[in-house]
Write a new protein. Structure first.
Length: 135
């Protein structure tokens, strides 16, 4: 039995519905859970890719319906390990990803690229699988 992950990145989007559709198209995420917000947006969603998952939702709003301030996109990033980096690179480019670091081989044996999604969140994709410490 595989030990489930214990860390789940969480992202806020101005339009979480559009972000979910793009992440499905560009990277192949599958929606595992989607909880609608009272205003018709997304309160909480869980998107799965392989054995990993990200959570996301619309930016929280104040009582007047105005988006609350948050750290802007690009202040953090998410790394995804995939077996075929070249194929995902082509898929992401076809979906309109803004490539910020082109496809390349690293000194530590990974094949990587980095891109931004339509709202500017940074995604890095590569073949490097970080080793986990034993329990």
């Amino acid at each position: 039995m595989t030990t489930p992950p214990s860390i789940f990145p969480f992202l806020r989007y101005r339009d979480a519905t559009a972000a979910m559709a793009w992440l499905e198209q560009a990277f192949g995420f599958r929606v595992a859970l989607q909880v609608p917000a009272a205003n018709g947006g997304i309160a909480h969603a869980e998107l799965q890719l392989g054995h990993g998952m990200v959570m996301l939702g619309d930016q929280p709003q104040d009582a007047l319906g105005l988006a609350l301030p948050q750290a802007g996109p690009g202040n953090q990033g998410i790394y995804i390990v995939v077996p075929d980096v070249d194929a995902l690179y082509a898929r992401a480019k076809a979906a309109g990803a803004q490539i910020v670091i082109d496809l390349h081989d690293t000194d530590y044996g990974s094949r990587d690229f980095s891109c931004r999604d339509p709202e500017g969140q940074l995604w890095s994709i590569g073949s490097y699988q970080p080793p986990m410490l034993p329990d």
